[in-house]
Design a binder for this molecule. Structure first.
Ligand code: PHE
Length: 332
């Protein structure tokens, strides 16, 4: 009897280990371990045995059941891994696909705009700097001379990230924190432009995006004046839009510039387009970055790209810029 049980065990363990699929394994388990299995049959025969033999046969039966269950469990684990590999393979998307008759894709309209603007500024002697989109309060607000209770820190405008202390980590609300990062790491002279994505906690509609793009320009050197600011903006306007375009400044307020202005650009047909903000870098901001405001002065300006790109290309709903519709994207 014991030999029979051992033979059944060895045979069962090798059949379970060779099950080809999870379904086959289930069928085998029922056959080899279920109520009508040979193993269960032996249990019924045990009634006619003396105590000593009962113990031995019982022990062999238990050992056989354990070995078979272990073989089934091990095989199930292997088959599950194989099955999930097959599933992953079957669901795999080939994102490198190039469809016949079309090119392999191109840069997004906003990226193209960033690159064009960078080209213009690089041509004027600027370099390009970048900073993180997740910022700390120091770079996004405090170092930029925002008072502790400035309304722009309010929940209305800022997405707060659940890291650090309350309201300590934010999605940057503008590219101006990159000014701070540049000035913290580099001594003047500084001539940098800083494009990037920014975030505002605002409802999205045809003319507003909660996630959009800005480009920032920063100059810090000896003897920089408001005239340099106005001249740079006008030069840039003509270089980027065309010789028939001009610019103007209107008094405004930003905590990090003094004096501050808004700047508009004028199309050749005489109509005006509001573009962005600018001003002379506030002495507190220079000091916050370890730059002596008695020795150096600077200017900065910044503006949104998305509206600019949309206007130039006749896109009437800014939300289209975030769409993944290939028919929209292919137009540019
Ligand atoms: N950061 C300002 C904004 O997002 C724009 C600005 C940049 C103003 C640089 C002045 C100087 O509105």
């Amino acid at each position: 009897m014991i030999d029979d049980i051992r033979r059944i065990q060895a045979d069962a363990v090798s059949r379970l280990g060779a099950a080809a699929t999870l379904e086959d394994l289930g069928v085998l388990e029922r056959e080899l371990l279920g109520k009508t299995s040979e193993l269960t049959g032996f249990k019924k025969l045990m009634g006619g045995l003396d105590n000593e033999a009962k113990r031995e046969v019982g022990g062999a039966l238990n050992a056989a059941r354990e070995a078979m269950t272990a073989a089934a469990t091990a095989r199930r684990a292997d088959l599950e891994i194989l099955a999930s590999r097959h599933r992953a393979e079957a669901e795999r998307l080939d994102l490198s696909e190039v469809r016949a008759g079309r090119d392999a894709g191109h840069l997004h309209l906003v990226t193209q705009t960033i690159e064009e603007l960078e080209d213009v500024f690089v041509g004027m002697g600027f370099n390009v700097a970048e900073g993180p989109e997740v910022e700390d309060d120091w770079h996004n607000f405090t170092a930029l001379n925002f008072g502790e209770y400035h309304p722009a820190r309010d929940m209305q405008d800022t997405f707060f990230v659940g890291l650090g202390g309350p309201r300590e980590v934010v999605m940057r609300t503008h590219t101006s924190p990159v000014q701070i990062r540049v000035m913290e790491h580099q001594a003047p002279p500084i001539y940098s432009v800083m494009p990037g994505r920014v975030y505002r906690n605002e409802a999205t509609d045809a003319t507003h995006l909660a996630v959009f793009h800005q480009i920032e320009c920063l100059v810090v050197d000896r003897g920089i004046t408001f005239g340099h600011l106005a001249g740079t903006i006008d030069r840039f306007t003509k270089a980027y839009f065309g010789p028939g375009w001009t610019s103007r400044l209107r008094p405004s307020y930003f905590p990090f510039t003094e004096p501050s202005a808004e700047f508009d650009i004028q199309r050749p047909d005489g109509t005006w387009l509001e573009l962005g903000g600018c001003g002379m870098v506030h002495p507190n901001v220079l000091s916050n970055c370890g730059i002596d405001p008695e020795e150096f002065s600077g200017f900065a300006f910044g503006f949104g790209l998305d509206r600019l790109a949309a206007t130039r290309h006749g896109v009437t709903d800014l939300r289209e810029l975030a769409s993944t519709d290939i028919r929209f994207l292919e137009q540019f």
